[in-house]
Structure formats: structure tokens, C-alpha cells
Design a protein around this ligand. Sequence first.
Ligand SMILES: NC(=O)c1ccc[n+]([C@@H]2O[C@H](COP(=O)([O-])OP(=O)(O)OC[C@H]3O[C@@H](n4cnc5c(N)ncnc54)[C@H](O)[C@@H]3O)[C@@H](O)[C@H]2O)c1
Length: 329
Amino acid sequence: MARPSPTEVGDMPAPTEVGDIALLGTGTIGASWATYFLARGLSVTAWDPASDADARLRAFIDAAWPAMERLGLAEGADPARVRVTDEPEGAVEGALFVQENAPEDEALKRTLYRRIDAVLSPDAVLASSSSGLLISTLQEGLQNGARFVVGHPFNPPHLIPLVEVVGGRSTDPAAVEWALAFYNAHGKKAIRVEREVPGHIANRLQAALLREAFHLLLSGAASAADIDAAIAHGPGLRWAFMGPFLTMHLAGGEGGTRGALEHFGPGLESWWADLGTPRLDEDAIETLSRAAGEMLDGHSIPALEAERDSRLLALLAALEKPMAPAGRS
Ligand SMILES: NC(=O)c1ccc[n+]([C@@H]2O[C@H](COP(=O)([O-])OP(=O)(O)OC[C@H]3O[C@@H](n4cnc5c(N)ncnc54)[C@H](O)[C@@H]3O)[C@@H](O)[C@H]2O)c1
């Protein structure tokens, strides 16, 4: 079946014409999303049940704004264009796009969705930031459930471009299409996940790598610092602009993927057979956290976070020109 183009999606305006968005939940992820959309020139109406939500949200936006200025602000970007409502209904009423960032708790999200369902515009698309819940379950029994998708960001969404979009069993494919177009129109790199899989794509890939990193450390193959260095000074450098498929294809030279797999395939299969599956029992957790503590060598977490974000900004600036076909757009 042909996919509808973003301009054919129901009665919704083109994604670039949506100037206001609603946010539900303004914790770690919601506050970061708010900062991002404000920097893209949109206005944000938000709700969060915490009593200090308004002050916390504004403090987060103010602290992150210099980074957004370094990244480049869109026309109309203004950190003050945020409004916090007393009730979730007030935040979503009239909105055409809602990004939901409530705690990762199925019952809590379902209660919230039932509450807002009656006031949602039938044309609105709601995207859940959920890392692991199925939208198929969350959308059950709602009158607007067909417009609900997952729009999973990577932390922190105000800096990292990736968003993973997936619909549930009863999601209208047009809503998925519109969400992809909306994120991409506002500077994100949104990818389509064709079917619901726990952890979506990026976190599953991270989980596969973490499994082996933990196994290598726990089995005494190398220290935490050296395992981290093996990534940061090796494959991590090119992973910033190309993924495993293009990497493999280029490894095959003129022979491409076929040449690489005919050459490296048997070795790869024998390594797969040898990969570990560590158990995260108390001993393993103790060893892993001691190893990480030794690696920090007295550096404070806030100082390391600040350095990470500063390097991330420099990297994003360096990568502005996309590399086809796997580059950012
Ligand atoms: N933290 C991450 O790295 C990360 C990354 C990607 C996606 N996510 C997803 O984002 C969502 C939010 O996670 P987080 O890390 O921001 O959590 P968080 O605990 O930092 O924030 C959750 C916020 O939701 C508020 N809240 C509580 N009850 C609520 C309700 N009924 N309705 C709306 N808001 C409510 C809380 O007051 C809090 O401010 C989760 O679904 C999570 O899976 C998290």
C-alpha cells in the first residue's frame, strides 16, 4: 500500500505550519524537549503535576539556552514562549501535536491518555517518548488512539537529533507519516521503526554492545578505561556519521557488503558464538560500579557532563554537512 505523503494526512496542516505544541510531563525528557522546540521557534504549552514544575522547567530552559544559541536558533526562537497549565486538558486543548513525557509507567500513561482523550483535537498527533512501553497497549480503547505513536528521543533531546517513530496496532499510518515529517521539518533526524520491538532500535544496539562490554570486563579481558577507549578512539569516531551497514559495506572495498561478508563472515560467526551473556547479579553490579568509579579518578559527574555536552556541540557543528546515505539531514 502506498504511504500517504505528509501533505495528504487527514485535515492536518503541513508540519511546518504548526507553531504551538503541547508537552505532558516536564522532567528530564520533557524539559529538554521544551528547550528544543522553543529553540526551533515554536511555542510550548506544558503540564506536569509536580508543584514546582513551572520553576524547574524555566530553570532548565535558561541553563540549556546558551547551548541552543551555539547550535543556532530558528526565527522566532524565544525561551519565554512557554506556558505551564494547571491541568493536562488545558495543555492539549487545540494542540495539533502533543509530546508526552510522563513517567515510564503503563497504568499512569493510560490514565493520563483517558483523561485528555475527550479534549484532544481529532486531527492531533500524540507522540509518546516512551522507551519501552508498547503504543499498541497504550492506545487501546481511546477515541483518538489511532493518532497515537511513539516518538522516542535520545537523551538529551535538545542536543541529540535522533527520534524513533513507531505506530501501534491501531495507529493510522498517516499519523506515523505526519510525525516523521513533523520532526524532520523541525530539524530532528526521525527514523521509522516498522514494527514494535522492545527498546526500539538504538537502545537495542546499545544493549548489544553493553552486554559484550560487561562480559569483557567481568571476564578480565580488559579494564573499563581500556574498553571505553576501544570505542571512543576507534569505531566510535565513525559511528558519529555512519552506522554498521555502511561501515561493513566500505570494509568490503569494491566488493562491498558481499565481499566483506565472504571474507569476514566465518570469523564473525565464530566471534558471535563466543560472545558473553553476563548476569547482572550483586557481584557483577559491584564489580562494574567499582570499575567505573576507578575510571572517574576523582573527576566530578557535573564536570564530566558539562564536558560531554560541550564536545557534543562541537561534534554536531562538525557534522553539519551530512554524509550520504547515512548522514544527518
Ligand atoms: N531519561 C531518559 O534517558 C529517557 C530517554 C528517552 C525516553 N525516555 C522516556 O521519557 C519518559 C519520561 O522519562 P523521564 O526520564 O523524563 O522521567 P522523569 O522522572 O525525569 O520525569 C517524569 C515527569 O513526569 C511527571 N509526572 C508524574 N506523573 C505524571 C502524570 N500523571 N502525567 C504527566 N506527567 C507526570 C513528573 O512530575 C516528572 O516531572 C519515559 O516514558 C521514558 O521512558 C527517557
